[in-house]
Ligand binder design. Structure first.
Ligand code: NAD
Ligand code: MG
Length: 327
C-alpha cells in the first residue's frame, strides 16, 4: 500500500481494498467524475457512491455534514473505508471527513487532476473552506493513494496547465525534475513520481509545517496575492506560475540567480509570467496572507535549480519586480 503510481493502476483498486478489508466502503466523488470514472471503481468493488456537485464551493462544512449524516445512516464504522475520487476539492473533502468521522476511518485517495496527483493528495493535509480557504482542516495520512495518469486523459487542458504551475515549482526545487521538464514530451508515471517524491521528501521532514515544508510555498507569496486580487478568476496553478517568475526575478536582483532558467520552463508549458494588477494592491494582499510571516515580506527564493533560501525582502525590491512584470 502507500502511494501507488501506475499507468492503468486504477485496475488495482480491488486488490488494494481487499488487503485493507474494510467493513463498508463509500466513494466520495462529484457529478463530473461520476460520468467519467466512477464505473471503473464500482465494477471492481462494492461501494456506496456519494456524489456532490462540482465546485470549490462544495468543499464546505455543509457538505461534510451531509456526508457524516449519511455515514451514520448506513452504519459506517472506523474500520470502514472512504475513497475520494476526484481533484483536490474531493481529495481534501474526503480526507477531512475520514479524519473526523469517529476520530478517523480508513482513507484511500484516487486523485484525478494533475494538481491533485502531484500535490493535493500528497502530504496529509485535509481541509474545507470556512469563511476562507482551507480554514478548517486536519493532518491525516491516507491508507493508500492510487495515482493513475490515465485518468488525466479526460481532464480539460486548462486543468492540465493549472497542474503544471506546481510541476514547474518542483522543477525549481529539484534538479532531477528540472532536467525532465526540459526534455518533456508527455505526462507519464515517471514525471508524476518524481514530483511526488520531491513533496514527500520535504513533508517527511516536517509534516506540520513548522519549517522545511514552507519551501513548498515557493511562488505562492505572489501567487496567493494574484489569486486574491483577481477575485480567484486566475486559477491557483497559473497564479503560482506568475509567482515563480516573481521569485526568480527577486532572486536575480539580490543574488544573481539566472531567472532565464525559470522563464524557459514557464514558456515551454505556456504558463503565464506577467500580470496586469497594481503592484501596491498585490503587496497589500501579500502582507495579510494566511501564510505570511506576520505581515513581513518573507520570500522563498531560488539560489540555483534544486536549492532555495528564505529571506525577508525589502518592499521596494518587490514593488520594482512586480512593476517590471506588469503588462
Ligand atoms: P478540482 O478538484 O476543482 O478539479 C478541477 C476540475 O476538474 C473540476 O471541475 C473537476 O470536476 C474536474 N476533474 C477532475 N478530474 C477530472 C478528470 N479526470 N477528467 C475530467 N474532469 C476532471 O481542482 P484541483 O485543482 O484538482 O484542486 C484544487 C483544490 O485542491 C483546492 O481546494 C485546494 O485547496 C486543494 N489543494 C490541497 C492541497 C493539500 O495539500 N491538501 C494542496 C493543493 C491544493
Ligand atoms: Mg499550491
Amino acid at each position: 500500500m502507500g502511494i501507488i503510481i501506475e499507468e492503468g493502476g486504477i485496475k488495482k483498486l480491488k486488490s488494494i481494498v481487499d488487503e485493507l478489508s474494510p467493513y463498508k466502503t463509500i466513494v466520495i466523488t462529484n457529478t463530473t467524475l461520476e460520468k467519467l470514472w466512477l464505473d471503473k471503481i464500482l465494477d471492481q468493488i462494492s461501494a456506496i457512491p456519494i456524489i456532490i456537485p462540482d465546485g470549490e464551493e462544495f468543499k464546505s462544512l455543509e457538505t461534510a455534514q451531509q456526508i457524516w449524516k449519511k455515514l451514520i445512516e448506513i452504519g459506517f464504522t472506523r474500520k470502514s473505508l472512504i475513497i475520494g475520487l476526484g481533484g483536490g476539492v474531493i481529495t481534501d473533502l474526503a480526507a477531512f471527513v475520514a479524519s473526523t468521522f469517529m476520530r478517523g476511518t480508513y482513507l484511500g485517495l484516487l486523485p484525478t487532476t494533475l494538481l491533485a496527483q502531484v500535490d493535493a493528495a500528497i502530504g496529509g493535509k485535509t481541509g474545507i473552506n470556512f469563511e476562507g480557504k482551507n480554514i478548517i482542516g486536519t493532518f491525516y495520512l491516507p491508507n493508500f493513494v492510487l495515482i493513475d495518469p490515465e485518468t488525466l486523459k479526460t481532464l480539460p487542458k486548462v486543468e492540465i496547465l493549472n497542474g503544471f504551475g506546481e510541476v514547474v515549482k518542483y522543477g525549481i526545487l529539484d534538479s532531477g525534475v528540472y532536467e525532465k521538464l526540459r526534455s518533456f514530451r508527455e505526462i507519464d508515471e515517471e514525471l508524476i513520481r518524481e514530483c511526488v517524491n520531491v513533496k514527500l521528501r520535504i513533508v517527511e521532514e516536517d509534516l506540520r509545517e513548522s519549517g522545511k515544508r514552507r519551501i513548498l510555498n515557493l511562488g505562492h507569496t505572489v501567487g496567493h496575492a494574484i489569486e486574491k486580487v483577481s477575485n480567484y478568476k486566475i486559477k491557483h496553478g497559473l497564479a503560482v506560475a506568475i509567482g515563480l517568475m516573481a521569485s526568480a526575478l527577486i532572486a536575480e536582483k539580490i543574488n544573481g540567480f539566472d531567472s532565464g532558467k525559470v522563464e524557459e520552463l514557464l514558456d515551454r508549458f505556456g504558463l503565464p509570467k506577467r500580470h496586469n494588477f497594481e503592484p501596491k494592491e498585490l503587496l497589500k494582499a501579500m502582507k495579510i496572507d494566511k501564510k505570511a510571516w506576520y505581515g513581513r515580506l518573507v520570500f522563498i527564493l531560488p539560489e540555483d535549480i534544486g536549492k532555495v533560501f528564505i529571506e525577508e525582502i525589502d518592499e521596494k525590491v518587490v514593488l520594482a519586480v512586480l512593476e517590471a512584470m506588469r503588462d
